[in-house]
Design a protein around this ligand. Structure first.
Ligand SMILES: [Zn+2]
Length: 382
């Protein structure tokens, strides 16, 4: 197996699968074709899911001796962009480190999934294994959305658990924050700067909005922290408005991001938008304001007693339980009724120019997942 990882990862890295909507790359079409052909050669019957004209998931199942018990293994096929990298698509080895775009996040794990598929097509597993290779994790999760909304509802019974092979330094990711994006727009009336009484300034009222966001931020930092994830946070992200120095601005816009904790009610988080709108309304002047929620991704925390968690802990007793700073597709899977954890290799530079993954840690991930699956062995009856 060890000798197989490097050539397989080299072939995966060579295929440019930079996310199309996030970074203007070619997307997942070519790499999903590679994965499909690999699985077909193993004798499996992979299904290609065109989630939209440019994006494709690949799913395949290896039936187990107990076919009703299914484990889901998931990886995403896309990567972030490659700006500033010298040779992003050619794998380079330096000792234990394998460099290249996607080695760590997460083509190393895609290689492990393919090698596990290869092993378990030759050694029938005690439980069924559902392999899901999805598109668009790095942007809007179109692949996982398609899977959980359009495909998984037909799958019966649902997998008892999912493992997302995102890079976790061989720890077990049990929770992560959610993300909510908001914006307000303020409308005034344009006028020449020499005649301010004829206009309504649409930028000055943002002062109240920013002060309100600052208050909310302080409240969040003073409220109870999650033991693994810390505090909920927010930050002002984008501000724009105005057309020229000598013109009273007729429009302005402020956008911000809120990172939510498991257990926070989304309805309460949405009330913060109302607070900001109200603060702008009471700012003196004849401006108007409207606001909206742009995008919401839920936070996630797996139950302590979920079978997938206890089994993975048994298979990897040295792994710590950790909260992860990044959002992951596992939240959508968890919401769809499949308790999910994150478990993957050691490395560095996800989304950076010096991305690498540890070869030894990839081998560990492979061995631990194999051990986990085999641990479901049906007891021999005498
Ligand atoms: Zn990732």
């Amino acid at each position: 197996m060890k000798n197989r990882i490097i050539p397989l990862l080299r072939a995966l890295v060579k295929i440019n699968s930079v996310n199309a909507t996030l970074s203007g790359g070619p997307g997942e079409k070519e790499i999903s074709g590679f994965v499909r052909r690999y699985l077909t050669k193993l004798g499996l019957d992979p299904e290609i899911q065109p989630t939209d004209p440019h994006r494709t998931n690949v799913v395949a199942i290896i039936p187990g001796i107990n076919p009703n018990d299914t484990l889901l293994l998931n990886g995403h096929l896309d990567t972030v962009g490659v700006e500033g990298m010298d040779a992003p698509f050619s794998l380079r080895q330096a000792g234990d480190k394998l460099y290249g775009r996607g080695t760590y996040d997460m083509k190393g794990s895609i290689a492990i999934m393919l090698l596990l598929a290869e092993y378990f097509t030759r050694h029938p597993p005690p439980i069924s294994i559902l392999f899901t290779f999805v598109a668009d994790e790095e942007d809007r999760s179109a692949g996982m959305e398609y899977l959980v909304k359009r495909w998984l509802p037909e799958f019966f019974p649902l997998p008892f658990g999912g493992i997302f092979l995102e890079p976790t330094e061989l720890d077990i990711g049990v929770s992560h924050k959610g993300v909510s994006w908001y914006e307000i727009e303020v409308f005034g009336k344009a006028a020449h700067g020499s005649r301010p009484s004829e206009g309504v300034d649409a930028i000055l009222p943002l002062r109240s909005a920013l002060a309100e966001l600052n208050d909310i931020q302080s409240e969040l930092l003073n409220s109870e922290a999650d033991p693994l994830l810390g505090h909920a946070t927010l930050h002002a992200s984008i501000i724009d408005g105005g057309t020229a120095l000598s013109i009273i601005p007729r429009r302005s816009r402020l956008q911000w991001e809120r990172r939510t904790l498991p257990g926070e009610s989304q309805t309460r988080v949405d009330l913060e938008l109302e607070r900001v709108i109200q603060s702008v309304k009471i700012f003196p002047g004849d401006h108007r304001v409207k606001g909206r929620e742009i995008f919401v991704r839920p936070p996630y925390k797996v139950s302590k007693t979920a079978k997938i968690l206890t089994r993975l802990q048994d298979a990897s007793p040295h792994s710590k339980l950790v909260g992860l700073s990044f959002w992951s597709d596992s939240a959508l899977c968890g919401q769809a009724g499949i308790p999910s954890v994150l478990f993957g290799p050691i490395g560095h530079g996800a989304h950076a120019v010096d991305e690498w993954v540890s070869l030894k840690s990839l081998i560990r991930v492979y061995e631990i997942l194999k051990k986990l699956i085999v641990s479901f062995e049906v007891p021999v009856s005498h």
